[in-house]
Design a protein around this ligand. Structure first.
Ligand code: F3S
Length: 778
């Protein structure tokens, strides 16, 4: 074992967490030699299933891995939130495994509505979602998954406090999973189908990301917080600027940040589209591990970094930071001393305005000057540091006799944070100031906010949050709520002023006795003086060995949960007799294919959620939204006709334009058409992730070899494939055409197509889905 292979055999043994990393990293070094590597590369490549194959295929002998190599990775664990865990677990169950192959956890956080305050909201949330929580808990018990009950906390905060360790690679079924990158992990947000691949022990594929380096220098000024780093960066890079990149922070400024501050920054890497973000391990990381009662983990990380022999002389040690001289594909420098607070929005996180310009921007843009609510906390900004900095402001305001002029909500990220803030008196300061402490759950961050302030849907109003996302309608479902993002300190200051034009660094408030009050600069503690309090016993994790004799709770009459049936395998011949269900024009995003909003409650019930399939797509022939015509000319909604054809065993295809399936990686957008009987999607181009998702569910994505052929096919036309079966059998090699027979005239012609089916994906399609194939091999 390891002790025999390492050159310094007298050294202390490595903890098990790092044994595997050490062995793999040694292989990476053997293949890549003394190439200078970024931290991201060290961790990512050390999780390769087959180091040599991944790093040498498609690359110039391992010299240009980024953007070229197709990485097959073995993550260390999977973390799932309750909304996305439902379909992930239902898919996992079709594999008939007795337990997950790698550790996993479920976090009940997305389904609790924020309304009156923590206690009432939690009781109501548990009642409304009981069958979903019962299902998740029973599945956790059967398969040996950690279960964090409703009220225990928001996934990313809980993961950071309990599971994140430097050097790990994790997947999370939520976009903000990179929160754990603050603690030097590679954590990537994925859909349920990807999570299941990892849960069954199959390698998870990723095109080797490029690395965007962000060099931090200087030190943040009084009113500036780590949140402002990412708010500023989002403004620079826009919501797509990080696509295909890992954002890696480095430089002397890193050492001035708290661990939770670094996590806020990596959390919001999702807002620039980055694959993930990461910080090096610093003394602050070590302090955080200690305060979250993981002293041994802190020692292990130190031990590992000083453990010699994994590489050649220069890179013999695996330090949780980039090698000296490592190259970045892009480089941005930020001088923290020059940074000022930023406010981003409304409606997009990349519309970034420095605080000093915000007042004039509000006036110029005619944005509401009245602030109707300030909301702080969430998975992004509920650290001890964030909360105690706000506490210092509240205490100063209290002394001056001031209360917030706008509604003021606080969402603790976890029970651990909440209990510690309660123990240390911070929560009392919040409630004395009139703040409403919501449950340790997502609540208003994900549209689960019932407002009682008279702001009705359709009323223009402004709110400020310290959350991470601000798409239209995101918080209260009101498309006219202008939602701005800022640090908790700026949100709090503006909540006291009740105004979006207030600048706490220059402006004063008037106290009840007529005096001028200026907020002193916020100050707080990086972490509690004594380790975090665990909190209420009944909110602790249920950590359990798999219990194969227990059953999973799904009522056959449930409207929210339904067991999945594996999809049919591909026939042993080309496809014939397909009909075009609908020809779509314009944008067709994953939201068009599977709408969110009220449909979210059916995420665990494929037949029910399928009733929204393509319900906002535009019919190219009639210009109507959600209209499809049967062969006899009768008009239906698209999902109605799809279901009718499914029941009549009439397989179908969709014809669409460019970038089909853009938007979030929602797996339901592939599952639903497949469930309803689609076999092929043919379009002018695909969004890459959705194209992969289609193949995972056994659908065949084809693009027109000649774009103009889009004009030749219409709804109701009959289609047969030519060469498809052979191409699949040949592992993705070969040409595929569509033989079209026009409805009405019977005219026939061939439409040449292109495809990007790899040999693995050909296997998925032949088996009926990736899971069918995986289940076969298990
Ligand atoms: Fe939840 Fe909002 Fe974070 S939905 S996981 S609090 S981004």
């Amino acid at each position: 074992r390891l002790a025999r292979t390492r050159p310094y055999s007298n050294g202390p043994p490595l903890p098990p967490t790092y044994e595997k990393l050490y062995t793999k990293y040694s292989e990476v070094r053997r293949v890549l030699g003394a190439q200078r590597l970024t931290l991201s590369e060290k961790i990512l490549y050390s999780h390769l299933n087959n180091v040599e194959e991944s790093l040498l295929t498609n690359t110039n002998n391992g010299r240009d891995v980024r953007g070229k190599a197709n990485l097959k990775l073995n993550p260390d664990r999977v973390n799932m939130q309750d909304a996305s865990a439902q379909m992930a677990l239902l898919q996992f169950m079709t594999c008939n495994l007795p337990s997950t192959v790698i550790p996993a956890s479920i976090h009940c956080d997305h389904l609790i509505v924020g309304e009156h305050g923590a206690a009432d909201d939690l009781t109501a949330g548990i009642k409304t979602n009981k069958e979903v929580f019962d299902f998740l808990e029973s599945a956790a018990k059967k398969y040996g998954i950690d279960f964090w009950p409703p009220g225990a906390g928001i996934i990313h905060q809980t993961v950071l406090e309990n599971y994140a360790l430097p050097g790990l690679m994790m997947l999370g079924t939520d976009s903000h999973s990179p929160n754990a990158g603050g603690l030097s992990t590679i954590t990537i947000g994925v859909g349920g189908a990807d999570a299941v691949e990892a849960l069954v022990g199959a390698p998870w594929e990723l095109k080797a990301p490029k690395i965007l380096g962000v060099r931090l220098t200087g030190k943040l000024n009084d009113w500036v917080s780590p949140k402002d780093i990412i708010l500023h960066l989002a403004g620079l890079l826009t919501v797509r600027g990080g696509t295909g990149y890992i954002v890696e922070y480095f430089g002397p400024g890193v050492d001035t940040l708290s661990l939770t501050g670094m996590s806020t920054v990596t959390n919001m890497g999702a807002e620039i589209g980055a694959t993930t973000s990461i910080f090096p391990f610093t003394p602050a990381s070590s302090r955080y591990l200690q305060s979250t009662r993981r002293e041994q983990a802190a020692k292990n990380a130190e031990l590992f970094q000083n453990f010699p022999g994994a590489g050649s002389a220069e890179d013999a040690f695996f330090k949780f930071k980039a090698d000296e001289g490592a190259q970045y594909d892009e480089l941005i420098e930020i001088d923290l001393s020059e940074l000022e607070p930023h406010i981003n929005g409304p409606f997009t996180p990349d519309l970034s305005t420095p605080l000093s310009k915000f007042k004039e921007t509000v006036k110029e843009e005619n944005w509401p000057e009245k602030l109707s609510a300030g909301l702080i906390g969430s998975c992004t900004n509920s650290s001890y540091e964030d909360m105690t900095r706000v506490e210092s402001m509240l205490k100063a305001a209290e002394e001056a006799g001031l209360k917030p002029a706008a509604d003021f909500y606080i969402t603790p990220g976890s029970e651990q944070i909440r209990a510690t803030l309660e123990r240390d008196g911070t929560l009392e300061t919040f409630t004395q100031a009139g703040g409403i402490v919501l449950s340790n759950a997502c609540g208003p961050c994900i549209g689960q906010w019932k407002r009682h302030d008279g702001v009705e849907k359709g009323t223009l109003n402004a709110i400020l949050t310290s959350y991470n996302r601000n798409f239209r309608g995101r918080n209260d479902g009101n498309p006219d709520t202008m939602n701005f993002l800022a640090s908790p300190e700026i949100v709090t200051a503006m909540a006291f002023a009740g105004s979006t034009t207030f600048n706490p660094t220059t402006d004063s408030l008037t106290t009840p006795d007529g005096k001028e009050f200026r907020f002193p600069a916020p100050h707080g503690l990086e972490g509690p003086k004594t380790p975090f309090d665990i909190g209420k016993k009944d909110l602790e994790v249920l950590s359990q060995a798999p219990d194969p004799n227990s059953s999973v709770a799904i009522s056959p009459s449930s409207e929210r949960l339904a067991l999945l049936e594996p999809f049919d395998a591909f026939p042993s011949s080309d496809l014939t007799g397909l009909r075009v269900l609908v020809k779509i024009t314009g944008k067709c995003t994953t939201d068009t294919i599977s709408a969110a909003g009220p449909w979210l409650k059916y995420k665990g019930h494929l037949p029910n959620i399928a009733a929204n399939t393509l319900n906002t797509a535009v019919n190219a022939e009639t210009g109507e939204v959600n209209a499809a015509y049967d062969l006899d000319g009768s008009k239906h909604t698209i999902p109605e006709l799809a279901r009718k054809w499914k029941e009549a065993d009439q397989p179908w295809l969709i014809v669409a334009e460019h970038n089909y399936g853009e938007g979030s990686a929602r797996e339901h957008a592939a599952l639903q058409p497949r469930y309803l009987g689609a076999r092929i999607i043919v379009c002018k181009s695909f969004a890459r992730i959705h194209e992969t998702n289609l193949k995972k569910q056994g659908l065949v994505p084809l693009t027109f070899a000649e774009e103009k052929d889009y004009d030749k096919i219409d709804a109701g036309d009959e289609v047969a494939t030519v060469g498809l079966y052979e191409m699949l059998q040949e592992g993705g090699q070969g040409e595929v055409s569509l033989k079209v027979t026009k409805k009405g005239t019977g005219e026939q012609f061939l439409v040449p197509t292109k495809h990007a089916v790899s040999s693995d994906q050909a296997g998925f399609i032949l088996a009926g889905s990736a899971l069918n194939l995986l289940a076969k091999g298990i």
